[in-house]
Design a protein around this ligand. Structure first.
Ligand SMILES: NC(=O)c1ccc[n+]([C@@H]2O[C@H](COP(=O)([O-])OP(=O)(O)OC[C@H]3O[C@@H](n4cnc5c(N)ncnc54)[C@H](O)[C@@H]3O)[C@@H](O)[C@H]2O)c1
Length: 369
């Protein structure tokens, strides 16, 4: 058995708890140290997760000199990710950075340059790529089972209270949150959309702040998207609709459609000789939890052609996908390979979001790539 990969966490707030739980559940990993610019946050976190006081740090340099740290997990406000990530790499520590990778492309270029120079693993959290539903949808799309991709709808219709935005000085600011509903909440679905549909050519967006006070950024944005493959799509991201709904991603093609709702498959409709037999049933039964899924084949939805797949008994839990992504990062550290979501993928998601913001600002379509 290999020695565990020892993690230091930077930024001991809300999401750092999910990271600690995930790391502690992984047999090949352990949490050994933490760092926060607010010492009370670091000490409370250390106490909660049983870390020794000598491994509690109030600045990054001190954490990076801690001999108990092999790799670093960056859980600080979004606009600090790239600078901290680059420091870690330059200090010889592989790094996994929370989403979004950062909030501007210069910072992102700095982090990717540090990765290129050092050759060390760099992963960007996009945990929903590790949901079985997302992997299956992508496999259908890139395997040609949906035919030519024609349309994509991404809807992130969430609710965040005023108290949420008031809970941290950085929330809702351009400098550190980098945007609102799209940059903070929508980035997950934007990344999945890009992963499944391929590159975005151009985007036209309208953005508003409709339901919150004391924030600089949008809480509602609608965009029309032209994909490089000729497909078109739309994107809605908001934190202003009560009570909030599961994020939904619908991918449509000339031979089929797949809809993801939350972190599960909602429906698959396919025609032709597509894999709706044992392969699909096996994937669904092994990976899709807690949701009824229908598979329709042949274009008609009669009882004969409409296959029902039993739902799995085990429900997926918040934190499972983080655990799967951190396991993927640990594997990259051990093998010297690349994590699934690397700096290139992290950049691509932010590029789309920044293009949407630019379009909303100037009132015209913006070319992404
Ligand atoms: N993947 C997900 O589903 C998910 C969910 C929530 C948050 N996030 C991301 O995680 C990041 C943090 O969000 P949060 O809700 O945990 O924020 P938070 O405000 O709860 O925690 C941030 C912590 O970082 C500390 N900090 C700030 N600047 C620092 C620095 N330079 N060095 C060290 N510590 C510093 C703060 O004192 C605070 O304790 C954000 O980028 C957010 O987008 C991801």
């Amino acid at each position: 058995m290999n020695n565990p990969i020892r993690f230091g966490i930077v930024g001991c707030g809300v999401i750092a708890v999910t990271h600690a739980d995930a790391i502690n559940r992984l047999p090949g990993a352990s949490l050994t140290a933490c760092c926060d610019v607010v010492p009370d946050h670091a000490f409370a976190y250390a106490k909660r997760f049983g870390l020794d006081d000598k491994h509690v740090h109030s600045n990054l340099r001190s954490l990076l000199q801690d001999p108990s740290v092999d790799v670093v997990s960056v859980c600080t406000p979004s606009g600090t990710h790239a600078g901290i990530g680059a420091e870690c790499l330059w200090a010889g520590k592989p790094v996994i950075v929370e989403k979004p990778m950062d909030v501007n492309l210069d910072a992102i270029a700095l982090l990717n340059a540090a990765q290129n120079e050092t050759g060390l693993p760099l992963a960007i959290i996009s945990q929903h790529r590790f949901d079985a539903a997302s992997t299956y949808a992508r496999n259908l799309a890139i395997g040609g089972y949906l035919g030519a991709l024609t349309l994509c709808e991404a809807q992130i219709k969430w609710f965040r209270s005023q108290e949420y935005y008031d809970s941290g000085d950085w929330r809702g600011t351009w400098e550190l949150d980098g945007g609102g509903a799209l940059m903070n909440q929508g980035v997950h679905t934007v990344d999945l959309m890009r992963w499944i549909m391929g590159p975005v050519h151009s985007i036209y967006a309208s953005a508003r702040t409709l339901a919150h006070e004391r924030i600089e950024v949008e809480d509602a944005i609608c965009a029309t998207i032209n994909f490089a493959n000729g497909a078109i799509g739309n994107l809605i991201a908001t934190t202003a609709v009560y009570p909030g709904f599961p994020a939904q991603l619908s991918v449509h093609g000339t031979k089929g459609s797949v809809v993801i709702s939350g972190d599960a498959l909602h429906s698959i409709d396919l025609i032709g000789d597509a894999p709706v037999g044992d392969e699909a049933a096996g994937l669904l039964a092994s990976g899709i939890a807690g949701h009824a899924v229908h598979i329709a084949q042949g274009g008609t939805k009669s009882a004969e052609t409409h296959k029902s797949v039993p739902t799995s008994a085990s429900a997926s839990h918040w934190g499972d996908a983080h655990q799967a992504q951190i396991a993927d990062f640990v594997e990259a550290v051990r093998s010297g390979g690349s994590p699934l979501v690397d700096g290139k993928a992290g950049k691509e998601a932010v590029e789309i979001i920044l293009a949407a913001y630019e379009s909303a600002r100037i009132g015209r379509t913006v070319v992404v790539s």
